[in-house]
Write a protein that binds this ligand. Structure first.
Ligand SMILES: C[S@@+](CC[C@H](N)C(=O)[O-])C[C@H]1O[C@@H](n2cnc3c(N)ncnc32)[C@H](O)[C@@H]1O
Length: 435
């Protein structure tokens, strides 16, 4: 079994949008004379596809321990900003540090993932960013699948095939969910996760067959020494799974995890970073599994339940729908637990170098666990990456708890808005914080 060029290229093309979104988050197109390291660049196809459009990059270095792939990479482009080196990440040394270190479908295969993330941290300049694209099979959906065909196939593959193949011996097919905590432990901040889904809903039969092919091409090859009964069981499961894709009602969903994070630079956002470090243990305190993600219309049922329980003058569902669809200055995020339950949400309007927290709420049952702080920090992060230097908000003048909470996070009072709130009528206290 070897890396198949055809499939690696197809995956790179299909998933390109998710990379560009991650690059937007880290501000890649605003960078000047920046240096990028692509770890596990294979034959350079994905490296050129992803980075050639960014004219602010002065140097893109691709490394891979696979000599044949690096030989091909040398012919991948005439763009002199690209260079290629045959080496593993572990053995790689560089005189210069990087603005961005990028791993696309690589980290899950490495022997010591923690050491790899620490090495990336060491290779980055202060303030530099890491971008990781990876898998998590535990987050895949297969329905209806009463006989558990998909998971049985995955389990056999993980237990009997991956460990027998040299370059996949250390593969963790459920790495995605573990990655943010590893980044935090290594000292990264501003950790953000985007989960990008491909699924069979709305696909033609041919498209569904294509997705099945993509999911199984590497699961078809059998290594030497695989027991006959295991091999046969895998073949049978593959046939069963393939036939499920023929059924229009079958739902298969495969998520790709795209994670970005930043090495602290000790700069003027230290306060935000410190608060972020302070809440770094939050997932552990909550039993793990909470994550921040962009708000979608599918969240609105849960959001409205929190909204109406939190405010005497709640926004309507229509207000949220029009914000999500049409307000290009707005960004909304929800915090969800492992089961997808919304625990809280925050929205910001970013205009020029100012940003405004337009809505923020935490579910009654999830209060007093640090989520409010986490939401404000997410608001600060969303605002900063879009160029804001000041974060503002308005709070009811009588809400002493909220005012004290915002002051503790670094906000100060900047003015009063007469009769700003209705139901009951009340002044609004304006507060602001430098980002
Ligand atoms: C699935 S391919 C991904 C290729 C490319 N990044 C993409 O997304 O299309 C994984 C690549 O990681 C490389 N690789 C494996 N171990 C590595 C290591 N220790 N350091 C750097 N790259 C490694 C492999 O040789 C292979 O080219």
């Amino acid at each position: 079994m070897s890396w198949s060029k055809e499939h690696i290229d197809a995956v790179a093309r299909l998933g390109a949008d998710a990379d560009y979104r991650a690059f937007e988050r880290i501000g890649l197109d605003g960078m000047n004379a920046a240096r990028v390291l692509d770890v596990g660049c294979f034959d350079g196809f994905n490296t050129v596809l992803k980075f050639a459009p960014y004219m602010g990059l002065s140097s893109i270095v691709g490394i891979d321990p696979f000599q044949d792939a690096i030989d091909d990479a040398k012919d991948a482009t005439a763009d002199t900003r690209f260079s290629w080196e045959c080496t593993s990440l572990q053995d790689y040394v560089s005189d210069d540090s990087f603005d961005v270190v990028y791993f696309s479908h690589v980290l899950q295969h490495l022997d010591d993932k923690k050491a790899a993330i620490q090495k990336a941290y060491a290779l980055l300049k202060p303030g530099g960013s890491i971008v990781i694209k990876t898998v998590d099979d535990s987050a895949k959906l297969s329905h209806p699948d009463d006989a558990d065909v998909m998971r049985r196939l995955f389990r056999l593959y993980e237990a009997h095939v991956l460990p027998r193949v040299a370059h996949t011996a250390h593969t963790d097919r459920n790495f995605g969910a573990k990655c943010p905590a590893l980044l935090r432990d290594a000292g990264f901040v501003h950790i953000a996760l985007d989960i990008v889904h491909a699924n069979t809903v709305g696909m033609s039969v041919d498209q569904r067959r294509g997705l099945f092919e993509r999911m199984t091409y590497f699961r078809r090859a059998k290594p030497q020494g695989l027991e006959q009964d295991i091999s046969q069981e895998m073949d049978e499961l593959l046939v069963q799974w393939e036939s499920m894709f023929e059924d229009e009602g079958y739902l298969f969903d495969t998520p790709t995890f795209v994670i970005t994070a930043r090495k602290p630079d000790g700069g003027h956002d230290d306060d935000v970073l410190k608060s972020e470090q302070a809440i770094g243990t939050l997932p552990i305190e909550l039993g793990g599994g909470i994550s921040a993600q962009p708000m979608h219309e599918s969240h609105l049922g849960q959001v409205m339940a929190i909204e109406t329980a939190s405010f005497p003058d709640p926004w309507s569902p229509l207000a949220y729908v029009s914000e999500l669809r049409y307000n290009h200055d707005a960004r909304y995020e929800v915090i969800v637990d492992r089961a997808g339950a919304v625990l809280g949400y925050v929205g910001v309007w970013v205009r020029g170098d100012e940003s405004y927290i337009c809505q923020i709420a935490v579910a009654q049952a999830a209060r007093r666990q640090g989520l409010g702080r986490l939401l404000v920090i997410r608001a600060a992060q969303m605002s900063r990456v879009r160029g804001a230097h000041v974060l503002r908000l308005t709070v009811r003048e009588s809400n002493a708890d909220a005012i004290a909470f915002y002051r503790a996070l670094g906000f100060r009072s900047i003015g009063t808005l007469e009769s700003y709130y209705a139901n009951p009528l009340e002044n609004g206290l304006e507060m602001a914080m430098e980002l």
